[in-house]
Design a protein around this ligand. Structure first.
Ligand code: UN1
Length: 508
């Protein structure tokens, strides 16, 4: 079922909400880069690219800010993020509306994305009093060895369209309490959410009072703007979220100058549905993970392995869910699947479906839903595949779920791991041996491995990221903060002799 088209203009709504959020009109009008809302296909803003000289100047200013900010006690830095969390709470509905207009998320998911920002702010405030180092036993008498964590420098953040604000906040909230200013290059597809977030952040800065200028800045533009950030010697860490192709371009450039890379790239996430699974729960878990966000999460469920003994019943129920899920204007109550981000995304989806058919796949769904010439809505597609062919092994950033049958659990785990990507994974089972096997050393090879929940929708408290072509970075919770600091090992001698380590003797 498809919801009827909503005629509310995205352009009018964007102007109103950006006004309420206090985003300077000059920033989003009169520029050469058109911003199209995937909701209606309208051009809703015309933004300005940041000239390369201004990018360099922004980084220099951020570096100056670093020299001051690193001296501010971390709990005081946390106070800025506490205020930011308050401002985000106040702006939640408006900022979520911009996420919906620009990224096409349904309202509940857009609100969830802003909630994810608020959550990581809370986490970062607590962290600002917990940037702990170890005290380590030394082999020498009257010595003490310890490690301290210091601010690193300017952090470059390159974010993707699909989580246009939450992923930036995972990075920036931690970086700022760790003592690092941030320079943010958002996706060309979602500059407005970045400008709106910056306006909210500036309200927190004004309340904070004495922060150095340039603690957080937004630079807009295409590849060359990103490259200027990646290549700048005063940016010791770049955290980049996007495609594996983007990571392949960014990673070596950073390695070239020995800068740190924190990469969160493609995923090709799977779920295994075992014979003992609670099938109602599994059905809901699969439906959200595969169709939610119109299949445009890094963590979206893309491959499903169903045990042969329950295959027909489970896949039949899933196909019914696919046939009835409401697709339509994401602003409308009841709609669960909004638009794809753009025409290129639609074409990519159709190409993958054609490849799947050619490889023997049985496709249900995938048709375009007419909502305007430049708006690309589709029915989510479920594709029964004879095996894990090439198209199944590549990430198509659209709602396509490839379904395959398996016989035994070892085979299912081997198939789950047999792709280049390693972000997220899950198993639905009530067999404790299978559950433990799945999360063991010879189980899932992903950065995220879940039991009885789908692979998407992670909380901020855990470390987020994955292995292999996903890039290896970890963001958000746990001890991901360590990526934003430099570690110093300190040995202090409070004795009157100078014993050397390893018993070395050097008498002069
Ligand atoms: C992403 O798609 O880049 O786990 C991030 C999730 C979200 C974050 C996804 N909390 O699905």
């Amino acid at each position: 079922m498809n919801a009827p088209a909503n005629i509310a203009s995205a352009k009018t709504e964007a102007a109103a909400v950006l006004g309420r959020l206090g985003v300077d009109r000059a920033l989003w009008t009169g520029g050469p880069r058109a911003v199209r809302s995937p909701v209606t296909g309208e051009i809703i803003a015309d933004v300005h690219d940041t000239p390369l000289a201004a990018v360099a100047q922004t980084i220099e200013t951020a570096h100056e800010a670093f020299r001051a900010w690193r001296n501010v006690p971390a709990p005081r830095r946390g106070e800025l993020i506490r205020l930011f969390g308050e401002e985000l709470r106040a702006a939640k509905a408006d900022l979520a509306a911009v996420v919906t207009l620009e990224a096409g998320k349904i309202t509940s998911e857009a609100l969830g994305e802003v909630q994810e920002m608020i959550d990581i702010c809370d986490f970062a405030v607590g962290l600002s009093r917990q940037l702990y180092g170890l005290t380590i036993a030394t082999e020498r008498p009257d010595h003490r060895m310890m490690e301290t964590w210091h601010p690193l420098g300017v952090v470059g953040i390159i974010s993707a369209f699909n989580f246009p604000v939450a992923v930036w906040c995972w990075n920036s909230a931690l970086a700022l309490v760790c003592g690092d200013p941030c320079v943010w290059k958002p996706s060309e597809k979602t500059p407005l959410t970045a400008l709106a977030t910056q306006a909210v952040f500036e309200r927190a800065l004004a309340r904070f009072g004495d922060a150095p200028k340039g603690l957080s800045a937004v630079i807009l533009g295409g590849r060359e703007v990103g490259e200027a950030l990646v290549d700048h010697p005063k940016v010791p860490l770049v955290s980049a979220t996007g495609s594996t192709a983007m990571g392949r371009a960014v990673g070596p450039r950073l390695a070239q100058r020995f800068a740190r890379a924190l990469l969160e790239l493609g995923g090709n996430n799977a779920a295994i549905i075992a014979p003992t699974a609670d099938l109602d729960l599994a059905l809901r878990g699969v439906a959200f993970a595969a169709m939610g966000t119109a299949g445009q999460r890094c963590t979206t469920l893309r491959r499903l392995f169903v045990h042969e003994s329950i295959y027909d019943g489970f896949v039949g129920a899933l196909k019914a869910a696919y046939a009835s899920v409401p697709v339509g204007d994401p602003r409308q109550a009841g709609v669960l699947v909004g638009p794809l981000i753009d025409a290129a995304s639609f074409d990519g989806m159709q190409k993958s479906l054609a490849d799947a058919r050619a490889a023997g796949g049985q496709v249900q769904g995938g048709e375009r839903v007419e909502m305007g010439e430049e708006a690309f809505y589709v029915r989510p597609a479920i594709v029964e595949m004879p095996g894990q062919t090439d198209v199944v092994k590549r990430e198509t950033f659209a709602p396509i779920l490839y379904v395959m049958k398996y016989r035994d659990i070892e085979e299912a785990i081997a198939l789950q791991n047999d792709v280049p990507q390693g972000l997220s994974s899950s198993i639905f089972t009530n067999d404790m041996r299978e559950a433990e096997l799945f999360i063991s050393a010879r189980g899932s090879d992903c950065g995220i491995a879940n039991v009885n929940i789908g692979p998407s929708g992670a909380e901020i408290g855990g470390a987020f990221g994955g292995e292999k072509e996903t890039g290896g970075g970890r963001e958000s919770g746990s001890d991901a903060w360590k990526a934003y600091m430099r570690r110093a090992t300190n040995t202090l001698n409070y004795g009157k002799t100078l014993p050397l380590a390893q018993g070395v003797s050097f008498e002069i």
